[in-house]
Design a protein around this ligand. Structure first.
Ligand code: NI
Length: 260
């Protein structure tokens, strides 16, 4: 539900104000737009009415290269406050000492993915090294948060067809890349994302940078006002009824990325 519509309903005492800040429940989208009783609709102006009956738009924020104690924790605080879910592709060697952050991600409804153990270029790595890099990070993830399928984001988005055959999970590329690591500027990152984003997109950011955390939270605020809901990549596939395949690199659930 739109933040504004939610605020309107809360204003009419039809919803508790706290309902506007809750994370999206996994089943919330299955029911489609909420049904609004006709007698209530009669009291709302036309624009608000459109907001209420409009199909929700979903988008996935993804964060690479963490976790990093200070920036990732601040990001999690901000996402929780806004009821937004995200996906974190973490680097294995940064897990020791940050296990509590990973457990927090999971308990707050975020998806955790694998970004290899030491951020290697899988395109040129030996086959054994590819398997080891993925496996080592996966083992640390399991130790930190328990069982799960940790989807892979190859560092730099690069992996060849032959190496992809070794990967036992879906692989996630992105469809919106503001190059936050290069811009290191909140306003520029926000406008790069807002000018490009479409429903169903996967946005690439890095929770390693403080400016990217600031940008991410502003992006959530602006897009929520515009009717977007933030879900994990896994949820985005479920919403679009796309079955993700192991060893396939996706730019979005409905778009595969050709392997190099
Ligand atoms: Ni990376």
């Amino acid at each position: 539900m739109k933040k504004m519509a939610c605020a309107v309903l809360a204003g009419l005492f039809l919803l508790p104000a706290s309902a506007c800040a809750r994370p999206v429940e996994p089943d919330a989208y299955a029911a489609g737009p909420a049904e609004i009783p006709v007698d209530i609709l009669g009291e709302l102006d036309e624009e608000t009415l459109e907001d209420l009956v409009e199909e929700p738009r979903y988008v996935a924020l993804t964060f690479d290269d963490g976790p990093r104690a200070d920036t990732t924790a601040r990001l999690l605080d901000g996402l929780l406050e806004r009821g937004a879910a995200a996906t974190f592709f973490v680097i294995g060697e940064q897990i020791p000492g940050n296990e509590a952050l990973l457990r927090r991600m999971r308990s707050e409804g975020h998806q955790i993915g694998n970004h290899t153990y030491s951020h290697v270029r899988l395109l040129k790595a030996e086959k054994d090294a590819v398997v080891e890099e993925v496996h080592k990070a996966e083992t640390l993830l399991r130790e930190a948060v328990g069982e799960g399928s940790f989807w892979l984001r190859p560092p730099y988005g690069l992996i060849g067809a032959e190496r992809a055959g070794l990967i036992k999970t879906p692989m996630i590329y992105w469809s919106v890349d503001p190059e936050d690591w290069k811009l290191l500027n909140k306003e520029k990152v926000v406008s790069a994302v807002l000018s490009a984003v479409q429903p169903g997109d996967i946005i690439l950011l890095h929770d390693f940078y403080s400016t990217s955390v600031d940008a991410a939270l502003e992006i959530v605020d602006r897009l929520q006002e515009d009717g977007y809901a933030f879900v994990t990549v896994e949820e985005l596939f479920r919403i679009q009824e796309e079955e993700p395949q192991a060893g396939v690199l996706y730019a979005r659930p409905d778009r595969r990325r050709e392997l190099s």
